[in-house]
Design a protein around this ligand. Structure first.
Ligand SMILES: Cc1cc2nc3c(=O)[nH]c(=O)nc-3n(C[C@H](O)[C@H](O)[C@H](O)COP(=O)(O)OP(=O)(O)OC[C@H]3O[C@@H](n4cnc5c(N)ncnc54)[C@H](O)[C@@H]3O)c2cc1C
Length: 577
């Protein structure tokens, strides 16, 4: 911050993709902006994420799927959001998403690349097999100069000695095939050699991918525009001037400070995944007293929602699924350090199934993390805990790994010793060690194997959609998601419920004005990102359905503020003339 400066046109609270998108757009429209960030690092959940954005009809996707259309997207959104379909918000999203991508690629350091992701429900009305999900292009964070130190590092659980994988399937494919193909072996060897060099020179990975690249590129764009990103500056309260929000009370490195916003405060605090009081109301399994483990940053304690409520804003808990669910495992790094591993890859692979404490399967494990999570909390109603166990045999473990345990040739012994990886020479022994019903598990695997030998899963239809197959094993014929479980020893990890961020949030207008219970806007107050209720209505229809709308509505909200300022200035000029 310029020392002593206390007034801006716009103050943005939170430095994730939504906040930075709003800040950059407002600055490009000529407004003076500052971003206030609670943590000593910037990037929020965004920096931990896969960095994928769902933007139907973006120019990259149009090349992959020229047949996609506004009507098809609208049909899909209608099918996916059901009772929560919001025509005005959906229209704004469809219209502004591609414009937002063009704007950022043209005017900033933000660059995207296409992906091969199908929609998560490609067989729903209007769903597609390709063309709607794009990914932040990898980035060399040395471009941030000294501010590289302030970029939030990626989740330790999904890096390999600090090296990041690209969310595009192509990168990971080489790692799974490294012991089988010379091309993949050389690819992995080159990636590892470069990474080790970076660790020696910079003590961290500098070639970053996924969400780290998204956060870094946005931060670079903001900083180049002279937008201060004030880290270690938690906002505690909104300031009111009559009934208009005029600024914030924040505590910074120099103590408490009042910062004023001439034209608006934009809340972008990343929703409420760590607001224990609110998740106890909103999350069905937490209401039952069951455990929830979120990989999102601990600082996302719902401050935006809480501060807005204090000035008349409303947080609705109304979606069928209040959050983007993610099945997770707890990883003990030793010395009291605990990590949360999101099960993004293993559930799709053949020969890995998920069972409840009774030993029974309950869903298609190759569905999206959100769908598996939703099925899990429902299946565990009336049970003592909300948990499932991913089960496999030694062949699948060696090929794909399980959770945080890497595939062969990486050793597994330490994970068995520390209790992360449960093991049994027979299925019954595994079940006893894991606390699962042994007879239930034996019967489940017997039934599953009967059809799995011919690649079928009549019980849950694994491999039945292009999305099921996308992250599976193409070498597994005839069904890349299905293989029998036969070769002991058998293994399991205990999976709990987690989330990637919350879907319910503040009631806003389409342009992001925070609304009171009577639907009137609170002057000077806006919400973007996960602070605002999701346009997806609690569903998770495709890869990137939080960042896509979050950045789009960040762009829409900032343009709205700038339009309002322009209109007021014009009116003033007209009066003066
Ligand atoms: C492992 C993982 C993978 C994911 N992959 C994807 C993906 O590929 N695509 C996708 O669309 N979504 C993905 N998500 C979800 C996505 O990352 C989040 O939904 C998104 O980042 C939320 O963005 P945001 O800008 O609203 O909040 P955040 O990125 O969380 O930023 C909010 C910021 O606000 C700050 N803050 C909070 N309170 C205050 C305060 N009082 N004062 C100042 N600052 C404050 C926080 O510290 C934080 O830095 C993933 C999530 C995870 C965990």
């Amino acid at each position: 911050m310029t020392k002593g400066k206390s007034e801006y046109d716009v103050l943005v609270v939170g430095s994730g993709a939504a906040g930075l998108a709003a800040a950059i757009t407002a600055r490009k429209r000529g407004l003076e902006v500052a971003v206030l960030e609670k943590e000593p690092v910037f990037g929020g959940t965004t920096a931990l994420s896969g960095g994928v954005l769902w933007i139907p009809l973006n120019h990259h996707g149009r090349k992959q799927n020229p047949a996609d259309s506004v009507e098809q997207v609208r049909t899909f959104m209608r099918a996916e959001t059901g009772a929560f379909y919001d025509e005005a918000a959906v229209s704004a999203f469809i219209e502004n998403g591609p414009k937002m991508v063009d704007f950022f690629e043209r005017e900033t350091s933000m660059k995207f690349i296409p992906t091969l992701y199908p929609d998560y429900h490609p067989t729903a009305s209007g769903g597609v097999d390709i063309g709607r999900s794009i990914l932040a292009e990898p980035y060399d964070i040395r471009g941030l100069g000294q501010d590289m130190e302030r970029l939030k590092p990626p989740l330790k659980t999904i890096t390999f000695i600090g090296m990041m994988f690209n969310s595009s399937n192509a990168d990971l494919k080489h790692f799974f095939r490294a012991t089988k193909s010379l091309t993949s072996f050389l690819y992995v060897a080159r990636r590892l050699a470069n990474h080790v060099k970076e660790l020696l020179l910079y003590r961290r990975a500098v070639q970053v991918t996924s969400g780290n690249a998204l956060a870094a590129r946005l931060a670079k764009s903001a900083l180049d525009l002279g937008i201060p990103i004030l880290t270690s500056t938690p906002v505690q309260q909104l300031l009111l001037d009559d009934d208009r929000v005029s600024g914030v009370l924040a505590s910074g490195p120099n103590g408490e400070q009042r910062l004023y916003a001439r034209h608006g405060v934009v809340l972008a605090c990343g929703g409420f995944p760590h607001d224990l009081k609110r998740i106890a109301q909103a999350f069905p399994h937490v209401r039952r007293g069951h455990e929830h483990l979120s990989p999102t940053p601990k600082g996302n304690t719902g401050d935006g929602c809480n501060m807005a409520e204090q000035v008349g804003g409303v947080v609705d808990i109304r979606f069928k699924e209040p959050a983007a669910w993610m099945p997770v495992t707890r990883v003990d790094f030793g010395g009291g350090e605990i990590g949360v591993f999101p099960h993004l890859l293993d559930r799709y692979k053949p020969g890995i199934v998920g069972v409840l404490a009774n030993g029974r399967r309950f869903t298609n494990e190759s569905n999206s993390y959100h769908d598996v999570g939703a099925a899990l909390h429902r299946a565990c109603e009336g049970m003592q805990e909300t948990a499932m166990w991913l089960i496999c045999d030694k062949t699948a473990l060696a090929k794909y790994g399980l959770g945080y345990v890497k595939p062969a040739p990486m050793p597994v012994g330490r994970f068995v010793r520390n209790g992360y990886l449960l093991k049994g020479n027979t299925l019954a022994e595994l079940a006893r060690n894991a606390g699962i019903n042994p007879a239930g598990l034996e019967q489940t695997v017997r039934e599953y194997n009967k059809d799995a030998v011919r690649g079928a899963d009549p019980a849950f239809g694994r491999g039945s959609t292009s999305f099921n197959r996308y992250l599976a094993d193409p070498d597994q014929k005839p069904n890349p998601c299905v293989a029998p479980i036969t070769q002991g020893p058998f293994y399991a990890v205990k999976v709990l419920m987690g989330d990637l961020g919350t879907f319910d949030g503040l009631r806003t207008s389409v342009v992001g004005e925070v609304l009171r219970r009577d639907s009137t806007p609170i002057a000077g107050l806006y919400a973007v990102g996960n602070d605002r209720a999701s346009v997806m209505g609690g569903n998770y229809p495709g890869a990137g359905i939080t960042h896509g709308p979050n950045m789009t509505f960040g762009y829409v909200t900032a343009n709205h503020i700038a339009d309002q300022v322009a209109t007021r200035n014009e009116a003033r000029r007209a009066v003066a003339a």
